[in-house]
Design a protein around this ligand. Structure first.
Ligand SMILES: [Zn+2]
Length: 233
């Protein structure tokens, strides 16, 4: 692909550690400053960069044009964040946040926003998660439940498995009387394809213990979910 700015582009591109970079990009400057073009930049990052470059070439793009030259680098860096869940340690998340309490009513954390990646297409799916449990003899700090959701969301996922994993971890950690998890997700892989104007959300749920055994408990939970969000302000 030739362009009028071809020469300009060549002037701005430098070859650094065997990789081609456009100089002056803030992201490049940052990563170089800290680690001299990359002690934190692992072999895996380079492999991802090469793979993204191969995709760009094979969809008919010019991976060296100005807008794309740093795209492999950006994508590799972005995966560190949006797929960070593999590196998160559930023990560390939960540590120090379990409390002994005599309380055996339902605890519900509603509308936990999540962003995940569908493992079939590597496109985002996102939405809300609702988590409820009835304690055994322990409760968990409120802020930890969104972190548990985040840990499982930031992976390549299918929504059904993510729902189950959240419930299973809470069950394992808290040994509660019951756990319920409902996930409502919008999937870009179905939204972006075809010409459908309507984009139904997918709803998945896992009910364990008393939520599974007792229809009244389950109904109470579902009733809570149907209530519109109340504004406190
Ligand atoms: Zn998909």
């Amino acid at each position: 692909m030739s362009s009028s700015n071809g020469r300009n582009q060549t002037e701005k591109i430098a070859n650094l550690h065997g990789k081609t970079w456009i100089l002056g990009e803030p992201e490049l400057i940052d990563s170089n400053k800290e680690n001299g073009a990359g002690q934190n930049w692992s072999q895996e990052h380079y492999v991802i960069e090469d793979a993204v470059r191969a995709i760009l070439t094979n969809v008919g793009e010019d991976p060296d044009r100005e807008g794309l030259a740093l795209t492999p680098h950006r994508v590799a860096k972005m995966y560190d964040e949006i797929l960070a869940g593999y590196e998160m340690d559930p023990v560390e998340i939960v540590n120090g946040a379990l409390f002994d309490v005599e309380y055996d009513e339902m605890i519900l954390v509603k509308d936990i926003e999540f962003f995940s990646m569908c493992e079939h297409h590597m496109l985002p799916f996102y939405g809300r998660t609702h988590v409820a449990y009835i304690p055994g003899d322990k409760i968990i700090g409120l802020s930890k439940i969104p972190r548990i959701v985040d840990m499982f969301a930031r992976r390549l996922q299918v929504q059904e498995r993510m729902t189950r994993q959240i419930a299973d971890l809470i069950e394992e950690v808290l040994n509660p009387q019951g756990v319920a998890v409902v996930v409502e997700g919008s999937h870009m892989c179905s939204m972006m394809r075809g010409v459908k104007k309507e984009h139904p959300r997918m709803v998945t749920s896992t009910m364990l213990g008393s939520f599974k055994k007792n229809p009244m408990t389950r109904n109470e939970f579902m009733q809570h979910l149907r209530q519109p969000r109340a504004s406190l302000l």
